[in-house]
Design a protein around this ligand. Structure first.
Ligand code: F6R
Length: 614
């Protein structure tokens, strides 16, 4: 939450900052701002709204200067308005700061600073940091780097910050704890900073991911110096970025979400490529191979995640129990971490996170690690904090997901989790070689099946037009498709603001059936397989109450067709793989309904993609 970007170099900072902020806007879009240094003067421009509002706000004002910082905000402390927008400036106007995170002890610090005569303009915790650094600097004979380092020792909470000094156009200072921060190293003393690598990738491939409690000094002349905030020197570990620029563009689609839905045949293929051997009927995942004993002897798997990733975790529960015969518990990370859960050394904890930065998921794995469990990460963003905190893991390789509503990340997560369950099943001998062979071939055919499903887009758009004005919707699934029902409902509510609920189809009669009338669209995943007949009965129950049925069915289905108001056909696949295909029409439905309702599909209100606050 909140995106930070900074530049120190020979070019004008402003275009780099604005482009970077647009790339980071998925992290929050309540307000935006930049501070640019020119001739010992900090030009501060900031306003409520999106980066485009900031550009309009700046208009023709001067933005010259070769060092600058920028911020896009997801409000935590104080409403989204111009004053609370970042950057914030110290009381003496000597430094400007941008911040992503939460300073938990900000009110105590603020009170002390007020007692010392500091005056605050905003409601933010960030402004407190600016004043704290100013206070340390005025009371000690240290440079700004030291003043920031000393100040951070006073801070409780999470931060990724960049600080700019009015009197020093040759330096920027950055630091981080629990919020992500990447430094890009350009040529001849040029530096870029971002909350992730997306604002950096087109300028340099050489990056340093700061670790928690590290502080960096970027200096045009002396280069990059890193210390811990406890004052221990560190050698910068420079890595090469794997990100490609094209992956960050819309590529002709109206919205990133639509592009990402359409990317799924490719992203799923990228996810299993090199991990399955079709001829030998084998799967190899090094994250599991390297800890084979842990997996074969695991007494229990705990899965921690949030939102869509939690839904992927629910699919994994069905997968691991069915295929590998290991008991699984799926937990909301935010509940798990505060519940004093029972965690044993022979438990495996799987953390699922697209961003790899979700604060609750991160805290949950830190807690489980302390209790001795083996921690396995399923992350999309390479080099993300969660991927670095885990003992081992598997990347999903979905490529950057920019639309705030998760689509291709979900299917990539489910693909990885399927490969994992099959690998473990193979090692524990709970799956026959024939079934494993069949499932591998079936996974290999998924990209084509999803392609086929995407071809129903026009029909899905037509159905969306009919239901776009609904105020409520119900999503039903059973077995492997119950988590898909939850995911379908989440997609609709988060981008179109229609209230929607997902339910196990049979649970409907224990309450939600009371909601059904002729106005209520009920989306049912009724594909052929284990629970088909039962779901058909559930559809009958809805029809008897005049509900409108939109069913996802297997190609060639005739029974549900007789009952449903609309059917969307998907190709037949194995029960355990149905989530991967059946979720696609639900993603498209939500997308079209949201567009028809005039919603900003990529940036739904109140949301941010990377939830780095608890
Ligand atoms: C919904 C969505 C969110 C995320 C959740 C977890 O479309 O994107 O529910 O799934 O915030 O995020 P990650 O996976 O980054 O931990």
């Amino acid at each position: 939450m909140c995106g930070i970007v900074a530049y120190l170099g020979d070019e004008n900072a402003y275009p780099v900052l604005i482009k970077g902020l647009k790339r980071l806007e998925y992290r929050g879009y309540d307000s935006a701002g930049v501070a640019i240094l020119k001739e010992n003067d900090i030009a501060l421009h900031k306003c409520k709204g999106k980066v485009s509002d900031l550009e309009a706000h700046i208009g023709d004002a001067s933005t010259d200067g070769t060092v600058g910082i920028g911020h896009t905000r997801w409000a935590t402390h104080g409403p989204p308005n111009d004053i609370n927008a970042h950057p914030h400036v110290s009381g003496d106007g000597e430094l400007a700061i941008i911040h992503n995170g939460i300073i938990e002890n900000y009110s105590t610090l603020k009170e002390e600073l007020i007692n010392r005569g500091h005056k605050f303009e905003s409601d933010t915790d960030t402004e407190v940091l600016a004043h704290l650094i100013e206070e340390v600097r005025s009371n000690t004979d240290v440079d700004l780097f030291e003043a920031v380092r000393i100040s951070l020792n006073e801070v409780v909470g999470a931060y990724a910050i960049v600080v700019m000094d009015r009197n020093n156009p040759n330096q920027l200072i950055a630091a981080k704890k629990s919020s992500p921060l990447v430094i890009g190293i350009g040529e001849d003393g040029t530096y870029y900073v971002g909350s992730d690598a997306t604002p950096i990738v087109e300028y340099t491939k050489n990056v340093v991911y700061l670790e928690d409690e590290e502080i960096a000094l970027m200096d045009r002349q002396t280069g990059l110096k890193i210390k811990t905030i406890q004052n221990r020197e560190k050698t910068p570990y420079i890595q090469e970025l794997e990100l490609h620029l094209e992956a960050l563009e819309k590529g002709g689609y109206d919205y990133f979400m639509l592009k990402e839905i359409y990317e799924q045949p490719r992203s799923i293929r990228d996810c299993f490529r090199g991990r399955m051997n079709l001829q030998k009927g084998m799967i190899r995942l090094s994250g599991i191979e390297n800890f084979e004993d842990k997996w074969t002897n695991a007494k229990r798997i705990l899965i921690v995640a949030c939102g869509t990733s939690w839904h992927a975790g629910l699919v994994a529960e069905y997968l691991f129990e069915d295929l590998a015969r290991i008991p699984v518990e799926v937990e909301y990370a935010s509940e798990f971490r505060y519940r004093n859960p029972i965690i044993n050394e022979d438990d495996i904890v799987i953390a699922i996170s697209q961003s790899g930065e979700t604060a609750d998921t991160l805290a949950a794995i830190k807690m489980a690690k302390k209790k001795g469990a083996h921690i396995f990460g399923v992350c999309n963003v390479v080099g993300s904090t969660i991927s670095r905190e885990t003992d081992s893991g598997c990347y999903t390789h979905a490529g950057p997901e920019i639309g705030v509503a998760s689509t291709k990340a979900f299917t990539a997560q489910v693909t990885v989790l399927t490969l994992m369950a099959l690998t473990v099943a193979q090692k524990r001998g709970t799956i026959s070689p024939e079934r494993l062979h069949r499932l591998i071939a079936e996974i290999n055919s998924l990209p084509d099946k999803i392609e086929q499903t995407l071809a129903s887009n026009d029909q899905i758009e037509f159905i969306s037009e009919i239901y776009k004005d609904a105020s409520n919707a119900l999503y039903l699934g059973r077995g492997f498709t119950f988590p898909v029902a939850l995911e379908g409902a989440l997609k609709l509510k988060e981008i179109s603001y229609i209230h929607a609920e997902g339910y196990p189809a049979a649970e409907m009669k224990h309450g939600p059936i009371a909601l059904i009338d002729e106005e209520m669209p009920v989306f049912v995943i009724a594909t052929q397989g284990q629970s088909y007949e039962k779901v058909v009965s559930n559809i009958q129950e809805v029809k008897a109450r005049k509900g409108k049925i939109i069913a996802i069915v297997t190609i060639g289905d005739t029974e549900v067709k007789k009952l449903a108001d609309h059917v969307i056909e998907i190709p037949k696949t194995d029960d355990v793989l149905v989530p991967l295909v059946s979720v696609v029409p639900l993603q498209l439905l939500s997308y079209h309904i949201a567009v028809m309702r005039g919603c900003n599909v990529d940036q739904p209100r109140n949301l941010a993609k990377s939830v780095t606050v608890e």
